[in-house]
Design a protein around this ligand. Structure first.
Ligand code: RIB
Length: 310
């Protein structure tokens, strides 16, 4: 039987603008399309893991407003249990997402709102939940002290720990040493290690630096080049899985992390879990939005069956 997945992170309302290019400072341009929907890295990961079959509890803070209602509805539909404090004196955050029409690539500004106030005390209040989990996941959109306390409680209880170090930040070595798995993209890997990552072999070099800082395993996500997994025994390149034409890459990292966590909680070995995460991401990029693009378990299993390991 699969164990619980406890995810600490942020929900925001994504406001996504598709346009040919980003505006320059002082310029107004016409966009082609706008969408409002649920986002935030932690919440997206929770939705991805739950839709992939995981029992997910999401730890966060919200305001008491329309965007908070959107969060609660999103989690209820995905089957995520909310471990959330609502603060009437704050607000639920939002993200500005620019999507480049030709490539589907994005640039994001996020204001976390109430989730920016998640404190070490909030995490202590969720200690029992974290200790009861099989897997604990966090990112860096809420304060780093809260992430570090969550990782530390999880590590002391023997819970597998995943840090998705996004957005890129300087991370203390003490915090990296609490992580069984760290899952940066290319630029986040460079932020942690100083190694510029443009290729699979660069990713391996960056992974070596992360391992030397006490991380259990590094999984460097490389977009269409897949994922480089490296721990102290094993170095494996997992190719990206293509489920169709790419529409939007926003949230692909969250899809990977949610899928990876769900598979680990089922007891899959880390390389198989990373392959499962690649399948979740491979489907999500063929759809618009972040949380709404996360696939069901049946869809993930079908893509994995269509891409057997040779
Ligand atoms: O990873 C994608 C997410 O980053 C978006 O949903 C946006 O809200 C930002 O947090």
């Amino acid at each position: 039987m699969a164990g619980i997945i406890a995810i600490l992170g942020v929900f925001v309302a994504d406001t996504a603008y598709r346009a040919e290019r980003a505006p320059r400072m002082g310029e107004t341009i016409l966009g082609n399309k706008f969408a409002l929907g649920p986002g935030g890295k932690g919440s997206n990961q929770a939705v991805a893991a739950a839709r992939a079959g995981g029992e997910v509890h999401f730890i966060s803070r919200l305001g008491q407003d329309d965007f908070a209602d959107m969060a609660l509805k999103t989690w209820a539909e995905a089957g995520v249990t909310a471990a959330v404090t609502q603060d009437p004196d704050s607000f639920t955050g939002a993200a500005y997402i620019f999507i480049e029409e030709a490539s589907g690539d994005n640039a994001i500004i996020i204001c976390p709102g109430a989730a920016g106030d998640i404190s070490v005390t909030d995490i202590e209040a969720r200690r029992d939940l974290i200790e009861s989990a099989a897997v604990f996941v966090t990112q860096l959109e809420q304060p780093m002290a809260a992430a570090e306390r969550g990782l530390s409680i999880a590590r002391a209880a023997g819970v597998k720990t995943i840090l998705n170090p996004a957005p890129a930040a300087e991370i203390p070595a003490t915090m990296l040493a609490l992580c069984d798995f760290v899952t940066p993209n290319e630029s986040e890997a460079e932020g942690i290690t100083g190694v510029a990552v443009h290729s699979i072999s660069d990713a391996e070099n960056a992974a070596d630096v992360m391992l030397s800082k006490g991380v259990g395993a590094a999984l460097v996500t490389l977009g269409e080049q897949g994922v480089l997994f490296k721990d102290r025994e094993n170095c494996t390149h997992i190719p990206a899985m293509v489920a169709g034409p790419v529409l939007e890459t926003t949230g692909a990292g969250d899809a990977f992390n949610g899928g990876f966590a769900a598979a680990l909680a089922e007891g899959k070995d880390p390389v198989s879990a990373a392959r499962f995460g690649c399948a979740v991401a491979g489907i999500s990029v063929t759809r618009a939005g972040t949380a709404p693009s996360m696939p069901t378990r049946d869809e993930v299993d079908a893509l994995l069956a269509a891409n057997p390991i040779i």
